[in-house]
Design a protein around this ligand. Sequence first.
Ligand SMILES: Cc1ncc(COP(=O)(O)O)c(C=O)c1O
Length: 451
Amino acid sequence: MTIKLEQLGKAVIDTQYAVRGPIVARAAELERAGKSIIYCNIGNPQALEQKPLTYIRQTLALLQYPELIQSAAGLFPADVVETAKALLAGSRHGMGAYSESKGVRIVREAVARFISERDGIEADPEAIYLTDGASKGVQAALRILIGAPNDGIMIPIPQYPLYSATITLFEGKQVNFYMDEGNDWRLSQTMLESSYKEATAQGVNVRAICVINPGNPTGSVMDWENIAMVIRFAKAHNLAILADEVYQENVYLAGDRFVSFAKVLTELGEKDVSLFSFHSCSKGYLGECGQRGGYMEIRNIPADVVAQILKLQSVSLCSNLTGQMTTYCLVNPPKPGQPSYKLFAEERDGILSELKQRAVILAEGLNKIPGVQCNKVAGAMYCFPRVTLPAGRTDAEYCMALLEETGICVVPGSGFGQVPGTAHFRTTILPPTYKMKQVVEKLAAFHVAYK
Ligand SMILES: Cc1ncc(COP(=O)(O)O)c(C=O)c1O
């Protein structure tokens, strides 16, 4: 007898992931039928014509096939060859062997140096776990934090559905707090307090707060003060913090800069708030989503809990070695003066300046459409415009009609959460600039005619 749907756990059935939901399935169907589709539904840069950085692929090529190192001398820059040799020596057994559960030590040391230099704070390689993308790190932290069905995790609304899906799967309670759309999606203490109060009044044992900075899907960037407010809030209510910082390189507005939770926590001298921070090879200017690299850094976590985290990581043996080595490249890019630097800098700056340009084209273009309102895209790779819909229409219907008529694939706001009575959609800024202009034009014509 085959397995039956009724045999599956309710948590599995209830888990939802809108970014790859029915609208995307329909897009694939239309594409097979010959329609041209512009995929604006997911932050997958290399699926939208972004090229990988040369130094990363050269390094990975040498790591995967060390025999090439002998002949690579005139072919690849000398610093790339040296890096590959050092990584192979550091991994001890090469790419085909399991590493320590936390990941190869030489890579974790490079991550710790990166954090130290980025933030001017100390970082410990032993507090770093290399993970298969940030997703696995977030799942590991939530697994640790959800101990009983009444344990609650505060998540921003709108949010990236990894959070809602994982909380459902681990049978915890999702505790929503709204981001302030009218104030460039800033986090407000009043909104945090009211969501906490409501959850505890319902008997939920709130354990942690998740923050995504820069924001997905909002495109917002937090400043030092706003981060400090969240840390003080967490301390007041004895909450751990999950800081999802995968878009830290994607900050577009002059005057804005990325500030990490680890930096603010350290500058506040805070030793009582547990922090899990996440970074990834999938975003920034790398866009190496398929390599599945990333890390989790932990702070202020007692040794007996750390032992449990390590135990859970060892159940999967280790994260994939290609991802680990891509993470090394993420945190240790070529330096000025090295032979690979010039091309690296050109490629990096080209990607970031295109993203910045598209962020402006999209937000300005959308704001010109009557009935569409969009905050500035200050960071990350998305915007989350608010749309006024004809009476009785839902955002899911709107997005499906947009797909059928224009071939543009976006995700309805309901997949990320929104204030009841409002409607949004999320689009990425990833299509190449010439297509981005078409997206804006087609969206405008569609929106005006939509009934
Ligand atoms: C906010 C956020 N966190 C985490 C991830 C997961 O990325 P990955 O697992 O590829 O590192 C994504 C992917 O889009 C994201 O947007």
